[in-house]
Ligand binder design. Structure first.
Ligand SMILES: [Zn+2]
Length: 128
């Protein structure tokens, strides 16, 4: 869906909603999978829950990646933070299109408490 990709390229995360039955359509489509009416892109929830995650040690793809549930839709993204667990709340910090055309979504723990724990952990690492 070109409009979806254009929004992503501008760092905006919008998904399709049906104009008739209000169903959210994921992956995005111009038509509703339920009633076939036209859809419209709208801003969507960017705070969600980590369902699963793993760390990659592959060259050029290092980092932690996971599946995040955003109010019922699931996307794969990079997740910052060493203190991660299934069920942690994260927020999308950015999204966009890489130079090779691939899509990216970046997340970090969403609460001040989680971010503070992360900073403490980094400080503790530096002391050792
Ligand atoms: Zn519909």
């Amino acid at each position: 869906m070109k409009d979806f990709i254009d929004n992503l390229a501008n760092g905006e995360f919008k998904i399709a909603f049906c104009n008739s039955c209000s169903k959210k359509i994921w992956p995005p489509s111009y038509f509703c999978s339920n009633c076939f009416a036209k859809t419209e892109l709208k801003k969507f929830e960017t705070v969600g829950t980590v369902l699963e995650f793993t760390t990659s040690h592959i060259n050029n793809s290092r980092g932690t990646f996971g599946i995040v549930d955003l109010a019922g839709i699931r996307i794969v993204g990079a997740i910052c933070g060493d203190i991660l667990y299934e069920g942690i709340e994260v927020r999308m910090t950015s999204c966009g299109i890489n130079s090779d055309g691939s899509v990216y979504y970046d997340f970090e723990p969403s609460t001040n408490r989680e971010r503070e724990r992360e900073r403490e952990r980094i400080r503790a690492k530096r002391l050792h």
